[in-house]
Design a protein around this ligand. Sequence first.
Ligand SMILES: [Fe+2]
Length: 435
Amino acid sequence: MKTDARGNPVTTNSDEAIVAIDRYADTAIALKPGMDAVVAAADAHRDCAMLQACAASLFATAQSSAIARRGHSYLERARARFADLTDRERTFIDAVGAGCDGDFDRAIALYEQIASLWPRDLLAAKLAEFHFFETGLARRQLALMETIAPANSDSSHAQAMLAFAYELNAMRPQAEEIARAALEREPLTMWAQHCLAHVWAGESRIAEGIAAMKHYTPTWNRFGQYIQSHNTFHLATFHRAELDFPRVLDAYRRHIWGFQPDAVVEQTDAILLLWLVELAGGDAGTRWREIAPHLRKRAHEQVFPFLNAIFFFALERAGESSEVDRSLDAMRRYAENLAGPAAQVWADVGLSQARGCVAYARGNYDRAAELLGRVLPAISIGGGSDEQRGVFHETHFMSLIKAGRKADANAALASYVGARPATKLDHRWLRLASA
Ligand SMILES: [Fe+2]
């Protein structure tokens, strides 16, 4: 028995296995490059069950059911040692297994157990955070991060996760205070910078957001491609709020698309940025066609409905309507065979969400407005962050505008802008809705 860097006991006699676990946890939590090194380490230390589970967790968070299946052989190796393991290790392995099976509710429940009993397991909290993203369960996310916070007051990354959970619950003053404390402890806490970007966007603090993100930019290349691209995505959305489309599209070309085009995280940032440009009145040009070839297989998977909706929209904008029809049919058949909470996610919300986005892309604005309007109040259960889900609200009120339903559009727009000050982009929309 040895202990990892957070003081959690690990069943192994190998110092190398512990180094590999610590390195994986550090890359996952601090968003550094090199997460995938855990796979070779797991292959080299097959008798370390936790290392096998760490490798499987890489696949569980890939946002692809085909990739998640690659975790099963690592979980089998981990379970072969079950009798020798601690309760934390067993619970962790079960949680990762649930994640690989696409059972995010079960995974979250198990990570909640770990948070209560072994709060120093920060990797478990980070993996839980990912499944919360896929399920939109922001209140439980905040509860988990509050549970682990006292035991992790030494970690800026734990602070950043707590801050982001506050943000997702629209508790932005608390989110900002804790994110700033995290950055005071460790300025290179990428997730805290990211949290502040969400706060600034949520409060229309556009100039402040641009200045701060530009100030942070020079250090981003020390971190993983995902967070470099995603934090650039946030900077680009500030430029969009100023209607500065050349800067948005420059960010797309130089920092967001074309690095790991088969990674869902990159596809998500690229699709949403182009979609947001179009919703704001800009022109995404032919860029949809460079993304589409990387989406065709993924569009047939059912991981969480947010992904289906954005994949279908992108494929439709690339002119691949028959591919969209086939993918929509696969989603319908999957949704119709579900029961209980999963049926609510996929059949009650997800299908209408996806159909509404496709209807908008096809110019069927009345239908898009009807379908999206019906599901918007519950759309968080389909996954995605608060800011990412804004694309569905914007598509809804643009559908109303384009359908000529100006009064409804005004009401939807007022509800979307809420109490935050109107940006240049909001003023453009307000003019469109009242023209
Ligand atoms: Fe974000």
